[in-house]
Design a protein around this ligand. Structure first.
Ligand code: KG4
Ligand code: ZN
Length: 430
């Protein structure tokens, strides 16, 4: 008798050689654990090329760890790791239940224990789950392999490996930032203003938005601030990035200085909105770092220090002061992002601006960019706020395109890469 792992390697190699699993229609299970959101999603996607691509969400679930990390004012990697271990199986069960799949036969649980030897909690739950649930109707698993916090990424990767063994299906590694970018290019549910949280998963459908290349992507999240030029689909050229703090990180740190909750972005945005709504007179002025420099790099560390000085000088700060400061901080960030990005749009003859990442949920940033793009006649693609922050739909979507390109990974070769770049680590091109 051959051990199952050995047979699985042969199967994976064979699948790779045959590419028989690249079908026009695929059911993808997306798994996201790069930071402090555990998320799982199943989509049904089809399309021979990007022009006829369409998808339907069959099940989608997310568990935010924000409350667990709040006392630390940021994400604590080992806590993220243990929270992911607790969350993944219940999320998977929920998503499978929601997708009401036709079951496809028993799972093979041999080897799951070995794969999850370092994830005891997850191993216990998954073994129990596999004994009581048949294999769902899923063709491929898409999992985030980077960038992100490596201890957190590994939980998702090992989970994906265990499921791939149990269900004998292949894995596609996904770059988290590509996920953000791809979900921004989707026209979701035909109505960009609907509240997706109120929709049942099967009511969420989508297709690629209409746009032309070259595109410029401004990716703004908790760990990234970068400008990326694409001359064609899934091809990337970095043209600018932050030299220190990411813009989301700056929002989080400023929120902490003002004793606001975590994550800080939505808190700052709420206070800033109040200041705008009630027309509070502007009495605070912050720098716009690097705005005059003729490059496309950013720096937010100095801005954060300027806020800290202001808070110290005016301690104890009143709520009115916090609102003023939140607005000025949001204005300063938006001015710098907009100035640099729109200059790049002009210089590179950009037709389409794509904005993605958690900070793209910010109302002020959204409306300022909408106005700027209208002025220049640039198509603006920005995800609905519900899908701007981390989720597993974006991973399943990017996974579909990577799977169609034949970029599967032999499970044993999958690795977490905390600083993965776009276009790096693409495996097994078709
Ligand atoms: O993409 P994301 O969910 O996770 C990472 O990949 O980092 O982004 C999280 C970041 C956090 O820094 C959070 O404060 C910020 O996005 N964020 C916002 C808003 N919502 C989330 N920043 C500004 N305004 C918001 N409304
Ligand atoms: Zn993200």
């Amino acid at each position: 008798m051959y051990p199952v792992g050995y047979l699985w390697c042969i199967v994976a190699e064979w699948l790779h050689a045959q590419k028989s699993y690249i079908t026009a229609e695929m059911r993808i299970l997306g798994i996201e654990t790069s930071c402090d959101d555990s998320a799982v999603c199943i989509i049904d996607a089809s399309g021979h090329d990007v022009s006829d691509f369409k998808f339907r969400v069959l099940g989608n679930a997310l568990s935010s760890q924000a409350a667990a990390h709040a006392p630390y004012g940021g994400v604590f990697p080992n806590l993220a790791r243990s929270e992911h271990q607790k969350n993944l199986v219940p999320l998977l069960a929920r998503v499978i239940h929601e997708s009401k799949p036709e079951n496809q036969g028993p799972s093979s649980i041999i080897e799951v224990e070995t794969i999850l030897a370092r994830e005891q909690e997850l191993s216990k739950q998954l073994l129990e789950f596999l004994k009581t649930h048949e294999k769902p109707d899923v063709d491929t698993i898409a999992v985030t392999v980077g960038p992100g916090l490596e201890p957190a990424l590994w939980v998702g990767i090992n989970f994906a490996k265990a499921l791939a063994h149990a269900w004998q299906i292949p894995i596609v590694p996904v770059n988290h930032m590509e996920g953000h970018m791809i979900i921004s290019t989707m026209y979701i549910s035909g109505d960009r203003n609907s509240r997706y949280r109120e929709l049942r998963s099967p009511d969420i459908t989508g297709q690629l938005a209409t746009f032309t290349f070259p595109t410029l992507a401004l990716l703004i999240s908790g760990a990234h601030t970068e400008l990326i030029l694409s001359r064609e689909w899934m091809q990337y050229e970095y043209i600018g990035r932050t030299r220190d703090d990411a813009v989301g990180e700056a929002f989080d740190k400023v929120a902490r200085m003002l004793s606001l909750g975590y994550p800080g972005g939505p808190e700052i945005s709420r206070l800033a909105l109040d200041a705008r709504k009630y027309g509070l007179r502007k009495s605070i002025f912050l720098p716009r770092p690097m705005i005059r420099e003729k490059n496309y790099d950013f720096s937010f560390a100095g801005l954060k220090t300027a806020v800290l000085k202001m808070v110290e000088t005016n301690a104890p700060v009143t709520l009115e002061f916090k609102k003023q400061l939140a607005r000025e901080f949001e204005d300063a960030v938006t001015d710098v992002l907009e100035d640099k990005t729109m200059r790049a749009v002009e210089t590179f003859g950009i037709k389409t601006l794509v904005i993605g990442g958690g900070v793209s949920a910010n109302r002020h940033i959204r409306s300022e960019f909408a106005a700027a793009c209208e002025k220049t006649g640039t198509v603006l693609l920005i995800p609905p706020p519900e899908f701007a922050t981390d989720n597993a739909l974006m991973i399943a979507l990017a996974g579909y395109f990577r799977a169609r390109a034949g970029q599967f990974s032999v499970p044993d070769k999958l690795r977490a890469n905390g600083s993965l770049k776009l276009g790096e680590g693409e495996e097994m091109p078709a």
